[in-house]
Structure formats: structure tokens, C-alpha cells
Design a binder for this molecule. Structure first.
Ligand SMILES: Cc1cc2nc3c(=O)[nH]c(=O)nc-3n(C[C@H](O)[C@H](O)[C@H](O)COP(=O)(O)OP(=O)(O)OC[C@H]3O[C@@H](n4cnc5c(N)ncnc54)[C@H](O)[C@@H]3O)c2cc1C
Length: 311
């Protein structure tokens, strides 16, 4: 009987899960995730008022493997309209996808067939000893280690310098329920002003969710307000929304999400993943572009490479 190489994947977002799915039949794969569920930046909160997407609100699919993945995840296809303040024009969206129970639900079913340890934060990778240390004090050995963390977080735990030029910007996301009378011609608004990058309604993909809006501050405003109190962030968000959506309504706040590492730049690098050393690799959207599909492609590409190299 041949012994399968032991692979540790850090992070259960789209890239980590895509990588694990391509490897688990041929390698002994364990995923370690610091939070209590799958998703990472596909973060949807189910509140009494409905679903709020504090991370990616939906995604596009250009490649067949990702289209197939979305199909197998029972993703919902929808159309809608976005008003772009920069070009002062309406974008009619088509072939956009959302998880049927929130974006993180795209990964839930797949996560169930994998060995994932939740609430387990990696704090140090000792590449010489081939061992990862976790916050709990546990140390685990590996043959191959794969980080799927945003680049700055991966750099914090690896001793070898990770060679890549990706830069991340922060994002403050604020969830709001608008109750009362208002009319909104569009499902979402983008590039609103120097403070707001995006305001989108949940009605985009589900009519019952139309009063639930998420506002994303611009990178500059997010950076400036990251340490502000929740009350101040909510007041600012409320004033900004009132400039866009007119009517007689009340705003009920439904949470704030502070993403320190939200969006990366588009990469010029040729590779879809990064080699840290012979047995250490990094996947993630930042290897390609700030998109859910790019995260999938990155994880999948490393999976394919390792299968070819090691089997
Ligand atoms: C506000 C916002 C809006 C967005 N909008 C869109 C959009 O409309 N369309 C689109 O296509 N994309 C959008 N994106 C981008 C999209 O969400 C990402 O490209 C994609 O989810 C990245 O997946 P990933 O696997 O590369 O990283 P992540 O999802 O960040 O996964 C990394 C995982 O690692 C875990 N982790 C971190 N540190 C540790 C540690 N030390 N130990 C163990 N686990 C750890 C994290 O908890 C996380 O689960 C948006 C992102 C944000 C934040």
C-alpha cells in the first residue's frame, strides 16, 4: 500500500477549498480554518431581516471548470441593473451567480466531503522542520503545505519571504435594512463618490431581500475609518445612503464587517499560484485578480500542478 503525501491547506475560502477538492482523492488533505465555517471573503450573514453579503455579493463565471463548480453548488443565476456613477450609465448584468443560501453556501456542500478543522488558526510555519504551529499550541507535520490566505496574512506566518507584488486594500462593509417608502431604479450603485465604492440591494438576486442593502466604503475611506466607533461608521453610512436613495424611510443597522485585507490588485505574474519553496505554496485570488473565480482558478491550478508533479 502506498502512503499518500500529507498535505496541509491553510484557509477554507474559495481558493483553499478548490485546491483541496482537486487533491483529496490522491493526497491525505487536511484543511485548517481559523473561523467557524467555510467561505472566507464569501461571507454572508443570515439575520432575521434576511441575508446580508458583507464580502463578495455575487460572482461571474467565464471558465468551464468554474461554471461546472457553480452548477454543482446549486448557484442561482440572476440578472439585474447597476448604475455606475463614474460612467454615468447603467450596466445590465447577466449571468451573475449567487449561492442559494448566501455566497458561502457555494462551498458548504463541498466542505462536507473534506477534512476541515475549524476554529484552528495557524500562527507559524517552520519550513525546516516541515511543521505548522496553531494558536491552540498544537503542532502538525506535513509533506506539502499550501496557504490560501491573503498575501499579507501568509507573510506573517511563513519564515521564507513570499515573492509577489500583490497589494491589498481594506473595506468597511455596512449592512442596512431600509424600511418605508422609497423607489430605487437600480439594484446596485457603484463608484458613487470618493467615500463609497458600492451600495447593493439583496433584491438583486432575491425579491424578498430587496430592503437589505450593503454599503462598501472606498479603500481610502475604509482605511481612514477602520478604527472609528460602530455608531460613527453607521451614521456616515446612513448619510451616504440618503444621498443616493430618496424617499421617506427609516434605516435599521444590521452589522459592520471590517475587512483589513479585502481587495487585491490585478496581478501581472504569469503563474496562477506562488511557489514559496519546494514543499510550500500559496494560492488565492491575489495570484490573478480580486474575483471569486480567480480564487477558484488559483486553487485548482496548484491542485493540477501537484497531481502532475507528485503522482
Ligand atoms: C467587500 C468585498 C466585496 C467583494 N466583491 C466581489 C464581487 O462582487 N465579485 C467577486 O467575484 N469577488 C468579490 N470579492 C472578492 C472575493 O471575495 C475574493 O476574490 C475571494 O473570496 C477570495 O478567496 P480566497 O480563497 O483567495 O481568500 P479568502 O476568502 O480570504 O480565504 C482565506 C481563508 O483563510 C482563513 N485564514 C486566514 N488566516 C488564517 C490562519 N492564520 N489560519 C487559518 N486560516 C486562516 C480565512 O478565515 C479565510 O477563510 C469581494 C471581496 C470583498 C472583501
Amino acid at each position: 500500500m502506498t502512503i499518500k503525501p500529507k498535505v496541509i491547506i491553510l484557509g477554507a475560502g474559495m481558493s483553499g477549498i478548490a485546491c483541496a477538492l482537486s487533491l483529496y482523492k490522491n493526497f491525505e488533505v487536511t484543511v485548517y480554518e481559523k473561523s467557524r465555517g467555510v467561505g472566507g471573503r464569501l461571507c454572508a450573514k443570515k439575520l432575521p431581516e434576511g441575508i446580508f453579503h458583507f464580502g463578495a455579493q455575487f460572482c461571474t463565471a467565464q471558465t468551464m471548470p468554474f461554471k461546472n463548480f457553480l452548477k454543482s453548488s446549486n448557484a442561482l443565476n440572476f440578472k439585474g441593473s447597476i448604475f455606475d456613477f463614474e460612467t454615468k450609465s447603467c450596466i445590465e448584468t447577466k449571468n451573475y451567480f449567487v449561492g442559494s443560501n448566501g455566497m458561502h453556501s457555494l462551498l458548504k456542500k463541498h466542505g462536507k466531503i473534506l477534512d476541515i478543522r475549524f476554529n484552528t488558526k495557524a500562527i507559524k510555519v517552520n519550513e525546516k522542520k516541515k511543521q505548522v504551529s496553531f494558536e491552540s499550541g498544537e503542532k502538525v507535520s506535513y509533506d506539502i503545505i499550501i496557504s490560501s490566505l491573503p498575501l499579507p496574512q501568509a507573510r506573517e506566518i511563513f519564515s521564507t519571504e513570499i515573492q509577489h507584488a500583490a497589494i491589498f486594500s481594506p473595506c468597511l462593509s455596512v449592512g442596512m435594512t431600509i424600511k418605508g417608502q422609497y423607489s430605487s431604479e437600480y439594484n446596485a450603485y457603484k463608484n458613487i463618490n470618493e467615500d463609497v465604492a458600492w451600495i447593493g440591494s439583496g433584491g438583486f438576486y432575491e425579491i424578498n431581500n430587496k430592503d437589505n442593502w450593503v454599503l462598501q466604503f472606498s479603500p481610502m475611506a475604509s482605511h481612514a475609518s477602520m478604527d472609528d466607533s460602530d455608531v460613527l461608521i453607521q451614521t456616515n453610512a446612513e448619510n451616504l445612503v440618503r444621498n443616493i436613495i430618496h424617499g421617506k424611510y427609516e434605516i435599521q443597522h444590521s452589522g459592520i464587517f471590517k475587512w483589513k485585507y479585502a481587495l487585491c490588485n490585478r496581478s501581472d505574474a504569469k503563474n496562477k499560484f506562488t511557489s514559496i519553496s519546494d514543499d510550500a505554496f500559496a494560492v488565492g485570488d491575489w495570484n490573478i485578480s480580486p474575483r471569486v473565480e480567480s480564487a477558484f482558478i488559483s486553487g485548482n491550478a496548484l491542485g493540477g500542478y501537484l497531481l502532475e508533479q507528485r503522482l
